[in-house]
Design a protein around this ligand. Structure first.
Ligand SMILES: Cc1cc2nc3c(=O)[nH]c(=O)nc-3n(C[C@H](O)[C@H](O)[C@H](O)COP(=O)(O)OP(=O)(O)OC[C@H]3O[C@@H](n4cnc5c(N)ncnc54)[C@H](O)[C@@H]3O)c2cc1C
Length: 435
């Protein structure tokens, strides 16, 4: 049987699912399919992250404007959606600690950025050593940024619920289905599924997370980019530590170019606590274990050595950082010691259970530099979203509305009803907030 769709989205993570959600509301007559290789949505990064609904204080309002705006509006949207669907969401704040004078300057910058990105006086403030001691007696630091408008959620549950809404509006979710080959044939996309059968699409959206870059390469786009995968590992804290702090604690990154390297003290939405993530270089977006990494080692090394990533992997600072992270994967205490600097009470011997690791795929350009922002590639009949990293889950809803609006306005994918009600929001309203 031949299946024709108007739009096929590759990737049932939080991004592909959110895109399908808005598309299905404003394009009632278009046939839309989401193709996901796993047996459920959000099986990879979207269901394996820290679960924070991040306030936008870490993002330079000029350089990361779209991400900052998406995170800012994402918070309110998830809060509303969680209340409507009775899904877990907690406004539990986050504390970013500075361990030295240099760190205090960074906190001042974050305070400024947070306000420029929309946070109000009541949402964010700097506290000195004594003030923080009164609120969180176990924390050791020189100063701290208390961000009250920050939350915790379960993004796997959010994605699943969005999938159900999207299905009700007509989207087909093809799970356990891998897009194994993508070709243009007679002006349409011919997508081979599980090496067995084909579907055809007028328009293709690539939201394939850690594989988005490979899919772009397969159709001849984004050849100047490659990516590097980092596994973020977590350790679960025992019950006796669950009340050690009231809030999750992050520390000012030692290397601002690699802000994902510093493990945090995390309170999850269900009240359990974890330490993590680190960022161990691995060879696949699914490199959770040795078997997958060994299988992908040679192809990935060859790809990296023949691209801009070569410069990054021969960079001395990168090598040192990578070695540190590998060490933190092999030795539990070396990772936990990094959190112990600001939470001295933690005893690594009492922490014995690993959490669920998630993989971050960071794009590197031809000069060997990590690209800090999301990369969007337009083509007549396809759209590709690469490097969609933190705080991607927080901003997924407004970011997706923005992308769908962009496709509409640029004429790539004309939408019929841009003032449609999409669940609790009007599409036009979301777009006007983020533009
Ligand atoms: C350790 C870690 C912690 C993080 N913490 C936070 C946080 O606290 N807050 C926050 O906002 N963000 C956080 N992030 C970032 C956030 O999780 C990501 O930005 C977001 O999940 C990316 O979503 P996605 O849909 O693009 O990718 P994914 O969730 O990876 O989805 C892509 C999907 O595409 C599918 N796919 C790929 N290729 C194919 C193919 N050929 N055929 C079919 N299916 C395919 C994959 O199976 C996958 O399910 C974190 C990330 C990491 C790694």
């Amino acid at each position: 049987m031949v299946h024709n769709f108007d739009v096929v989205i590759i990737g049932g993570g939080i991004l592909g699912t959110s895109l399908s959600y808005f598309l299905s509301f404003i394009n009632k007559s278009k046939s839309i399919a989401v193709i996901e290789q796993a047996h459920k949505v959000a099986f990879h990064t979207s269901g394996r992250n820290t679960g924070k609904v991040h306030a936008p204080y870490l993002y330079n309002p000029e350089k990361k404007k779209l991400f900052a705006k998406s995170a800012f509006h994402g918070y309110d949207m998830w809060e509303k959606y969680a209340a409507l669907k009775q899904l877990p969401f907690k406004k539990d704040g986050v504390i970013e600690v500075a361990l030295n004078k240099k760190g205090i300057k960074v906190l001042e910058k974050y305070l400024k950025w947070g306000k420029q990105n929309g946070l109000e006086e009541k949402d964010i403030e700097i506290l000195d050593k004594e003030q923080i001691k009164k609120i969180e007696p176990e924390i050791k630091c020189e100063s701290a940024l208390y961000v009250y408008k920050d939350g915790s959620a379960d993004y796997a549950k959010f994605t699943e619920s969005l999938m159900n809404d999207s299905k009700e509006s007509g989207t087909k979710f093809l799970l356990d289905t891998k897009a194994t080959k993508i070709q243009k044939e007679n002006g349409k996309w011919k997508i081979t599924l599980n090496d067995q059968h084909e579907v055809f699409a007028e328009f293709l959206i690539n939201a394939a997370g850690g594989e988005a870059i490979n899919i772009a390469h397969d159709v001849g786009l984004g050849r100047n980019y490659t990516d590097v995968h980092f596994r973020g590992e977590y350790w679960k804290a025992p019950k006796e530590y669950h009340n050690l702090t009231k809030t999750s604690i992050y520390s000012v990154p030692d290397f601002p170019d690699y802000p994902f390297l510093d493990p945090h003290w995390i309170i999850r939405v269900d009240g359990t606590c974890e330490i993590g993530p680190n960022a161990v270089p691995v060879f696949s977006p699914y490199g959770y274990n040795k078997t997958e990494n060994i299988k992908e080692f040679f192809p990935k090394m060859l790809e990296m050595l023949s691209s801009g990533a070569r410069k990054a992997i021969f960079d001395k600072q990168f090598q040192e950082l990578a070695m540190n992270e590998i060490q933190s994967s092999m030795s539990k205490s070396s990772m936990i010691d990094r959190v112990k600097r600001f939470l001295p009470k933690i005893d690594a011997d009492k922490i014995t259970e690993k959490g669920t690791a998630g993989i971050r795929s960071s794009v590197i350009d031809e000069k060997g530099k990590f690209v800090p922002d999301v990369i969007l590639i337009d083509e007549d009949t396809s759209f590709h979203i690469l490097n969609y990293n933190s705080p991607g889950a927080t901003g997924a809803l407004p970011f997706s509305a923005h992308i769908i609006n962009h496709l509409n306005e640029s004429g790539l994918l004309r939408s019929q009803d841009t003032d449609a009600q999409c669940g609790p929001w009007k599409f036009d309203d979301i777009v006007s907030r983020i533009e």
